[in-house]
Design a protein around this ligand. Structure first.
Ligand SMILES: [Fe+2]
Ligand SMILES: [Fe+2]
Length: 298
């Protein structure tokens, strides 16, 4: 058993507690309550064309990117479930979490279809391409998995929430607010596991954070035309490097109070200094990109 696996065993009681909290606090909701079914029309009798869209092209691209990222759920399930016994607390959690994540794709797809804010043929072709391509998590050790999922859930929360705000559409706003609230509950669960592990072995956790956050990629990179879609999301101020630094990496590190950790090895102490410098370093990089974009636009 690796040190990381031992650490997971040491926090099984915390995982049970976090799961019980999650089930008690997360409100039950139903996708069908959030959809205006009365707006539905036959795509056979009235084929889709872009003039029917009511929200901006940038936000539509972001909504589709968010949806296709959610659609790739089988691989996220596998990347967690395959590392823990089915009858362990994490096995039970992963099944529950998967059911919740699936609801996100259901409600976003229902909304896009009913409101005609996406090409239904292109969406299905892209879904087929995305899931056929799959996704391989680079993280296989338990601490790395939860350090990654903590930031990834917070990133998804911010991205869904901003997409809803920028859609300038009451229904889209309500739906994405609901989905973002779920992602926040997931963030609370995963960051809680890492916080519990930090009590037992802060050095292993800090070294994992440095490794994972220096090599952080969202799972949506396998979606067709990801770069173009991500550029649209950045232009619409939904998700970009500055948001990643200020709304994801900085809050995650702050929530774990890594500046106050004691008893670190010298290697972990150095890693903590690097981590604490990371948000400013990312913002500096974002400023250079923003200056370049402003120059191109002028
Ligand atoms: Fe989700
Ligand atoms: Fe989530």
């Amino acid at each position: 058993m690796t040190a990381q696996h031992e650490l997971i065993s040491a926090v099984e009681g915390d995982i049970e507690r976090l799961m019980a909290d999650h089930i008690e606090k997360r409100p039950t909701w139903y996708a069908h309550d959030l959809i205006s079914w009365e707006d539905g029309r036959s795509f056979v009798d009235e084929p889709w064309d872009e003039s029917q869209c009511t929200i901006s092209p940038e936000v539509r691209e972001a909504l589709v990117l968010n949806l296709l990222t959610e659609d790739n759920l089988p691989y996220y399930h596998f990347s967690i479930a395959s590392h823990f016994p089915a009858d362990s607390p994490l096995g039970r959690w992963t099944r529950r979490w998967t059911a919740e994540e699936n609801q996100h794709a259901i409600v976003i797809r229902d909304y896009l279809m009913i409101s005609r804010n996406c090409d239904p043929v292109a969406l299905e072709d892209d879904r087929m391409a995305t899931i056929s391509k799959g996704w391989d998590s680079p993280w296989t050790d338990p601490v790395d998995i939860f350090v990654y999922t903590s930031a990834q859930e917070l990133a998804t929360r911010v991205s869904h929430r901003n997409t809803g705000v920028k859609a300038d559409d009451e229904k889209a706003y309500e739906i994405m607010k609901r989905v973002a609230a779920d992602e926040n509950y997931h963030y609370i669960f995963y960051k809680g596991i890492v916080a519990a592990m930090m009590q037992h072995d802060p050095s292993t956790c800090i070294l994992s954070m440095k490794k994972v956050y220096e090599n952080f990629n969202m799972p949506g990179t396998v979606v067709p035309r990801f770069r173009k879609r991500a550029a649209h999301a950045a232009r619409a101020e939904i998700y970009d490097l500055r948001i990643h630094a200020e709304k994801i990496i900085a809050p995650v590190l702050r929530d774990w109070k890594i500046d106050k950790l004691e008893g670190l090895s010298s290697e972990a102490d150095q890693a903590r200094s690097d981590l604490m410098a990371m948000p400013d370093m990312l913002v500096a990089r974002a400023e250079k990109l923003e200056a370049k974009a402003a120059k191109r636009a002028s």
